[in-house]
Design a protein around this ligand. Sequence first.
Ligand SMILES: [Zn+2]
Ligand SMILES: [Zn+2]
Length: 365
Amino acid sequence: MRAALLREYGAPLQIAEVRVEAPKDGEVLVAIAASGVCGSDLKAIDGKSPVVTHLPCVLGHESAGVVEAVGPGVTSVKPGDHVVVAMNGPCGRCRNCARGRVHLCSGRTRMAAIMGVTADGTTRLSTGDEVVRPYIGIGSFAEKAVVTEAMCVKVDRDAPLDLLALTACGVVTGVGAVLNVARVEPGTSVLVVGCGGVGLNVVQGAVLAGATTIIAADVVESKLDLATRFGATHTVLADDLPKQVGEIVRGGTDYAFDVTGVPEVLAKAFASTQPGGTTVMVGSPAAGKNLEIPPGLLFGSRRLMGTQGGDAVPARDLPLLVGLYRSGRLNLEGLVSERVPLDDVNDAVAHVRSGAVARSVIVFG
Ligand SMILES: [Zn+2]
Ligand SMILES: [Zn+2]
């Protein structure tokens, strides 16, 4: 099968022929139909991902496809089933899973998958005599992927896989930050800083939660227009954040979401909430930088929270998102700026990097 390989940090991805083995115990071979290109893929290309330590690696982690084969013991999906490939496949048995903190599963298979291997340290991908690692156990910039059964969330066959793919990362991260992490209440005010592929989903999550004031902030005007289409009630071209927000909601908002991962911006989002307000860091931060916030603001009963992927429970949240999409309450088409074939993966990466698009989606014939 063909796959886009990262062979050298900072270099373009290379399309190559990759051998894929049959799925083993508890594994599923998925023919990938579509894969979004996400900021985390860019981080890996730049050599800034702590989980991409061995090359070559197949990137891509926001995907959906059709089950082609299943390994021994797999019972929840069968060949021909359509699935969204969740970013994590919880074990269901570790302490975190037992506490409902499924996104923090520390089971052996899950921890190995994060590093791109199976529990016994092997992978199902190779080229020549080189072992190829799939990014976080997925590797969806490829025609096929071998993933764990727990990552496969079955969906209706008549739903468009190129749109459902987006639920796996960008959508569940944004909407999950609102519904699972902050638990935004109806009638409240929300600030969203950073309106790219994930930020737009924070905006539409806030709409779903019943927030009545949704302020979208970004430094790019076109992204603010997009945020309005997703339900933002106000937009600010961010240059003086707490002040600009205060002019719309006196005293600050009930909730703030930073989707930039920039500590200085997060501090401004935090300062834009009123006493008792909650701020969630949704963006993944660059390493080696500290966050500085005045303790006096924290003393005002403000809360600061982190999240990984919207604290998603795949088997609960992905069907929920698919259902919201199918009932017309979740906009997925509006997130797609372009659809490209695998051969154009480097163009898609460049477009995401330039911030010109919400989501580039690689589609497979
Ligand atoms: Zn992602
Ligand atoms: Zn677990």
